[in-house]
Design a protein around this ligand. Structure first.
Ligand code: HEC
Length: 189
């Protein structure tokens, strides 16, 4: 059969398309059939815990922050997905706690999603709660002041516009909070 694919272009194309189709089915259609919990919103058993540790829809201010994230192209450089590899869970953990791997049920309200494709900067899927307002303001003004050698461009127009800054940071603070993975380790206000 392999030899046939070598000599017969039509057979090769048909076989390639067939294999591609099977791959597509196995990665998109089959997983939600096997585990339907992934297409439902992430449930947390302790709603009393407030917004942290509970998946919820973004409020108006957070949505505005998300729009700024899109407008400024933060997603050109930042992903929002902790992959199933040790390097990711260690790198995006915080104060000795490993970051949980991203699961589909965390993203049901995230449309269009901001998974991103390129990591010029660090992944932001678990950045919520790591840094306070002051840090974010200084970082938007000039990232290299806080992280020597940083190649993130300065965004002074965000740092200096109170409404935009508040919205942007409110959005960033929501990222990755549904899993409530380090409740006692938040930034100091
Ligand atoms: C040209 C690429 C680039 C763009 C565009 C960019 N960043 Fe960054 N970002 C980086 C790099 C590189 C770092 C790591 C160095 C640092 O912390 O400054 C970083 C770090 C960060 C961090 C700290 C992450 C951590 O875990 O320490 C945050 C938060 C952040 N960026 C948010 C943003 C936001 C919000 C935007 C859009 C307004 C943005 N970035 C746009 C490259 C970029």
């Amino acid at each position: 059969m392999l030899q046939k694919a070598d000599y017969n272009a039509a057979f090769f194309v048909a076989a390639a398309l067939g294999l591609f189709f099977i791959g597509g089915l196995l990665t998109t259609v089959v997983p939600p059939l096997i585990d339907s919990s992934w297409s439902k919103p992430f449930e947390n058993s302790d709603p009393a815990n407030g917004p942290v540790g509970k998946l919820r829809q973004l409020n108006e201010q957070e949505l505005q922050g998300r729009a700024i994230y899109v407008r400024e192209g933060c997603w050109y450089c930042h992903t929002q997905q902790v992959r199933t590899i040790l390097a990711d869970t260690k790198r995006y953990g915080w104060r000795g706690v490993d970051a949980p791997i991203s699961t589909p049920d965390e993203f049901v309200y995230d449309s269009p999603h901001m998974f991103g494709t390129k990591r010029t900067g660090p992944d932001l899927a678990r950045v919520g709660g790591k840094y306070n307002d002051q840090w974010h303001r200084a970082h938007f003004r000039n990232p290299a002041d806080l992280v020597p050698g940083s190649i993130m461009p300065p965004f002074p127009w965000i740092a200096n516009n109170e409404a935009e800054f508040k919205a942007m940071v409110a959005y960033l603070q929501t990222l990755g909070r549904a899993k409530d993975w380090r409740p006692d380790n938040d930034y100091e206000k």
